[in-house]
Write a new protein. Structure first.
Length: 234
């Protein structure tokens, strides 16, 4: 692996790896001189940004450029902004601020607010799902409390354990993502058959189906990650 590919792979890791790609829709990842360049889906980021260049400087900081690339036949190039001397701990913030895109699995509303579920653990009390503290924190009521059908009971049990299931899914995704980031062999689509549905389920739980557009399958995500390592850029 040459130096440019090593730098590109490290920048992608610092951005969040597969999760960054899935959250932003980043595509066409390419190792450039001392850096990484990638595209964003058209109309997805604010200010019509659809190209980002990140270059490592001799001072171990980054220069980050945000561009709007026009469509055929002219492909006009307009630099939206440029940030110099960006430290690694500020890299994700700068990209999020400039593009308006969330880079992590936080449950954000379009206007900047947050949707926070009742914290777990939840308890099933005869069909009444309660958060910590019991009755004042009722999450849901399934069927008729204390007069439940067998199906009501089964549904209530699933709902009651959902906070714990979501945390376990996040842990499973993190462990599998780290494993596949380190892997250089095997069938990419076979790997993503497991990792992809986990991430999609987490995203649906955190964001809802309305926020599922413009994301890529984990097969594409892992393929791009491995392409950087192999030098076979699309």
């Amino acid at each position: 692996m040459n130096r440019n590919r090593e730098i590109a792979e490290e920048i992608l890791r610092q951005l969040g790896g597969n999760l960054f790609v899935a959250m932003t829709g980043a595509k066409d990842l390419m190792a450039i001189d001392d850096g990484l360049m990638f595209s964003l889906p058209r109309g997805f980021a604010k200010n019509s940004i659809n190209k980002v260049r990140i270059v490592l400087t001799p001072m171990d900081t980054y220069t980050v450029e945000f561009w709007k690339i026009g469509t055929a036949p002219r492909y006009t190039q307009t630099q939206i902004s440029k940030h110099d001397d960006i430290y690694v701990e500020d890299l994700r913030r700068v990209i999020s601020d400039e593009t308006g895109l969330a880079l992590s699995l936080e449950n954000k509303l379009p206007h900047g607010g947050r949707l926070e579920p009742t914290p777990g653990p939840w308890e099933n009390n005869g069909g009444q799902i309660e958060g910590p503290g019991g009755y004042p924190n009722v999450v849901a009521v399934v069927g008729k409390p204390n007069h439940q059908t067998p199906r009501d009971t089964a549904n209530a049990r699933i709902i009651a354990v959902s906070p714990r299931m979501l945390e376990l899914l996040k842990l499973a995704y993190s462990e599998l993502d780290n494993y596949y980031l380190m892997s250089r062999e095997g069938n990419v689509k076979g790997k993503s058959a497991l990792v992809g549905p986990i991430l999609q389920t987490i995203r649906e739980a955190e964001f809802g189906k309305a926020h599922m557009r413009n994301t890529h399958t984990l097969a594409d995500t892992i393929a791009r990650q491995m392409a950087i390592a192999a030098g076979n850029h699309s």
